[in-house]
Design a protein around this ligand. Structure first.
Ligand SMILES: [Zn+2]
Length: 87
């Protein structure tokens, strides 16, 4: 089972900017937005919880990234997010 580490802060590089990559949709009251670091190009998923109005970040590794960039449609996309982020 994938066990993503979610943290309050996305930053991996001193002075790095967070660059928007893609909107990955929403499920279970969480909005998923993919970003990358301007310095090292590491990808980060932001998980915005509508209920608690709080955001956390999870580092995205290469195999997961390719799945996210080739998102299926509709319900399949939501199932993928739920599987990846243990919702
Ligand atoms: Zn970085």
């Amino acid at each position: 089972m994938n066990d993503p580490v979610k943290s309050r802060d996305w930053r991996c590089c001193e002075g790095g900017e967070r660059i928007y990559v893609a909107d990955c949709g929403h499920t279970q009251g969480v909005e998923f937005t993919l970003h990358r670091c301007s310095v090292c190009s590491r990808h980060w998923m932001s998980l915005w919880s509508v209920a608690s109005s709080s955001v956390s970040y999870s580092s995205v590794d290469e195999p997961v990234l390719s799945q996210l960039l080739n998102m299926p449609e509709g319900r399949a996309a939501r199932r993928l997010l739920e599987k990846l982020y243990d919702l």
